[in-house]
Ligand binder design. Structure first.
Ligand code: FAD
Length: 301
């Protein structure tokens, strides 16, 4: 049921409120219905107040990064979507450390570490995410992930903000154990001194490799499934003969079988129908259960 809250719910919290905001424009797959409430919060200091009001009113909420790992169902989201605004986008370098706000984009982070001569972050090349989303997903590539570069994070919940050291974060494969109902506000990352030209060269070659092997020309959500132990989801989907299979306007990429692309006007229903079809066929053919990597939120239409 649609949640109605008055504007006064946001009193004392600086930011911009939109109602019935279509979420398709905030997700990289470009599908999904509207959020009842969409609030871009400007100041990290106001976050505990907002979260405590949500707790008091039992208003469900979710924090949105770049939406590159989210499928929103077509009926949209009942409750509040919190987007982190300009107060969360600070970025500073301190020796081999980078202190980045949760809303810093990967492109910004890479430009800054290259300029400052800090190596260790090129594995993030072409991941269209924000720092908060990178941490929440322990994003990475085989052999390198956020766990390797995070020293500590600052999280906020209804009671305030606090620092959590890396060892206490509970990093796993494309998941983390953040404290319940908390939002990543900032991260301290650690790299090492490196020549900017060497950093640039690694970024360029990773970008070229990605563009050659992934469908960068159509909306998608990156890897749809996690790799099962000892294998790759893309290899199994390809071996099951599913490249090019479609549901509506959503297609299993012919370039990389673990990417689904939106040819235009696709729906979340099509994405989820294709997820089911691919899982069933891979299970039937190879006996392997594929687990989605994307987070699916919201309600059906
Ligand atoms: C073209 C493409 C390539 C990709 N390549 C890779 C890759 O190589 N490796 C990889 O791991 N992933 C990859 N991805 C997937 C995706 O980019 C990552 O999962 C990324 O970490 C998601 O970040 P985001 O900011 O978009 O988060 P969102 O998709 O907005 O959110 C993802 C989850 O994180 C939560 N979240 C977001 N911000 C915060 C915060 N501040 N505090 C707490 N929780 C938060 C959300 O609530 C949600 O549950 C790719 C995606 C695309 C589209």
């Amino acid at each position: 049921m649609k949640r109605v809250v008055t504007d006064s719910f946001f009193d004392g919290v600086v930011g911009t409120l939109r109602r019935d905001e279509p979420l398709a424009r905030y997700t990289s797959m470009h599908v999904g219905g509207p959020a009842d409430l969409f609030f871009e919060i400007d100041d990290p200091a106001d976050l505990p107040l907002l979260l405590s009001r949500c707790a008091t009113e039992a208003l469900p909420w979710i924090v949105l990064g770049r939406g590159s790992n989210l499928i929103v169902r077509d009926g949209g989201l009942r409750g509040l979507v919190i987007r982190l605004g300009r107060g969360f986008a600070g970025l500073r370098v301190d020796g081999p450390h980078v202190v980045a706000g949760a809303a810093v984009r990967v492109s910004q982070l890479l430009a800054e570490v290259e300029r400052a001569g800090i190596g260790g972050f090129d594995f993030l090349t072409e991941i269209p995410a924000e720092v908060g989303g990178l941490i929440a997903m322990n994003a990475g590539i085989p052999g390198c992930e956020m766990r390797d570069v995070v020293e500590s994070i600052v999280v906020a919940d209804a009671f305030g903000a606090r620092t959590v050291e890396a060892w206490a974060i509970g990093f796993g494969y494309r998941r983390v154990g953040l404290p319940p109902s908390s939002v990543v506000v900032e991260a301290t990352l650690r790299g090492w001194p490196r020549e900017p030209a060497a950093i640039r060269s690694d970024i360029d070659s990773r970008r070229a490799r990605r563009r050659a092997t992934q469908p960068t020309d159509a909306p998608n959500s990156g890897s749809m499934f996690k790799n099962p132990p000892g294998d790759r989801a893309g290899r199994l989907i390809d071996a099951a003969g599913l490249k090019g299979t479609s549901r509506g306007a959503i297609l299993v990429s012919t370039k990389h079988a673990n990417f689904f692309v939106n040819k235009g006007g696709g729906s979340a229903r099509d994405v989820l129908a294709l997820v089911d079809l691919v899982r069933d066929r891979v299970k039937a053919q190879f006996g392997v259960n594929l687990e989605p990597e994307v987070h699916v939120i919201g309600e059906d239409e």
